[in-house]
Ligand binder design. Structure first.
Ligand SMILES: Cc1cc2nc3c(=O)[nH]c(=O)nc-3n(C[C@H](O)[C@H](O)[C@H](O)COP(=O)(O)O)c2cc1C
Length: 345
């Protein structure tokens, strides 16, 4: 046992032990090449952070229709899988562990990324606002997915997991947070369906549980990222909380490797009487990763209180590739700034 709780080993599952409790949060850097293949610079970037207990990659697109931003990496072509194999090899060579985050943006997209096609979503409800990194494009009204498209999407998540296994990843994290496709199904404003995929908590969560079941058949270690009652890219509806209560309770029966808080700031929420991580912990009995505005001190506190088992760190790990060593030796950290996103260091 290390005296500093952040540096205790953690048994993520019988055959996967993490060397410390610090996890690299998924952060898309939009720096894949034009075939959406990870570059050598990206492999070096991840390898530099291999001393975190676990790296979760940036979100990887499961299919061409998943794109919503320029140059986000993907994992559906053989070249993309080969690219990720190189990344994984470098991280493993330095003793690290790495999960692939797999993702579909749904309506958080625009025809410019989709060969002129409309984005796919549970319902034809547009996200309000401007598409980032474009001149002045507004988000488009998406197209309601057909039953066949939903089935294909579940298959695409499963294939992405199989590709991640082929690339050598230690596991995958299904991205159901931050208002992207799976999260759109879980919210009343974005899911107005009246068929088997909407209209009740059970129906709204159906796609998520089908994805988890299909992914689990392809790769043994499956984590999940959720942002219950977080409202990035979403409009609030009072009925949403009952859906997230239902999801979190049912997750106890899915043998997941962990559940991970998908927040930018995991602060106290009045209607939850605590943080989102505490809310997840109150309903989900497995391993929990906290994330959102944590530093070493706040992370230790959350671990000591039992709010979480692991702490994911995002922006400070962009600013400090040597975050783990600096925390271990109690050196000061470089402060993150958004300009740092222009370069992979
Ligand atoms: C540049 C950037 C890219 C991000 N990309 C992703 C992503 O691909 N997937 C995801 O689930 N969250 C993403 N996030 C959210 C982070 O995982 C994390 O929740 C957030 O940064 C809060 O943690 P922090 O305060 O430690 O930075 C991103 C955040 C940043 C700053």
């Amino acid at each position: 046992m290390n005296q500093d709780i952040l540096f205790n080993h953690f048994d993520l599952s019988g055959d996967l032990t993490l060397s410390n409790r610090i996890v690299m949060a998924p952060m898309n850097r939009s720096m894949a090449d034009d075939d959406l293949v990870p570059t050598d610079a990206m492999a070096d970037y991840y390898a530099r952070r291999a001393d975190t207990g676990l790296i979760i990659t940036e979100s990887l697109m499961i299919s061409p229709s998943a794109q919503g931003y320029p140059n986000t990496p993907a994992i559906f072509t053989p070249a993309q899988v080969a690219g990720w194999e190189k990344v994984v090899r470098k991280v493993h060579a330095k003793g690290g562990k790495i999960f692939a985050q797999i993702w579909h943006t749904g309506r958080v997209s625009h025809p410019i990324y989709l060969n002129g096609e409309k984005p796919l979503a549970p319902s034809a409800v547009a996200l309000k606002g401007r598409v980032p990194r474009t001149d002045d494009l507004q988000y488009a009204v998406p197209r309601e997915m057909t039953e066949a498209e939903i089935r294909q999407m579940i298959q695409d998540f499963a294939q992405a997991a199989a590709n991640a296994r082929e690339a050598g990843f230690d596991g995958v994290e299904v991205h159901a947070a931050n208002g992207y496709l799976l999260d759109q199904f879980l919210h009343w404003d974005t899911n107005r369906r009246t068929d088997d995929w909407g209209g009740s908590a059970e129906n709204m969560a159906r796609i998520l549980f089908e994805v988890l079941g299909a992914v689990k058949l392809e790769i043994p270690h499956v984590g999940l990222r959720v942002s219950p009652v977080g409202y990035l890219h979403l409009e609030h509806d009072d009925r949403d909380k009952a859906v997230s209560d239902y999801v979190l309770q049912r997750l106890n029966h899915y043998g997941l490797t962990y559940v991970h808080t998908g927040m930018f700031e995991d602060s106290e929420q009045e209607h939850l009487a605590g943080t989102v991580t505490q809310y997840i912990r109150s309903l989900y009995q497995g391993t929990v990763i906290a994330c959102g505005g944590y530093d070493a001190e706040r992370g230790r506190e959350a671990l000591h209180k039992g709010d979480a088992d692991l702490i994911a760190i995002g922006r400070p790990l962009i600013a400090n590739p040597d975050f783990v060593e600096k925390v271990r030796t109690r050196q000061p950290l470089t402060t993150y700034s958004a300009e740092m996103l222009n370069e992979l260091v």
